[in-house]
Design a protein around this ligand. Structure first.
Ligand SMILES: [Zn+2]
Length: 62
């Protein structure tokens, strides 16, 4: 799946973020942060929150 804006191939967690925040339209982290007017760091924090909640749309990143 590729980002709808820049056509970069999405990683697993970016697909999860796209489902959560863009209604399933594929966005990479960079383009999603611009769309939502938040920092990429904030999106990484959201991933951590979803992981702690046991959401299976995300995996642990290094
Ligand atoms: Zn993009």
């Amino acid at each position: 799946m590729k980002c709808t804006v820049c056509e970069r191939e999405l990683v697993f967690n970016e697909m999860g973020l796209s489902r959560k925040f863009a209604g399933g339209v594929p966005y990479c982290m960079t383009c999603l942060s611009e769309k939502l007017h938040v920092t990429e760091e904030r999106l990484r924090e959201k991933i951590e929150e979803f992981l702690r909640a046991g959401c299976l749309m995300f995996v642990k990143e290094d």
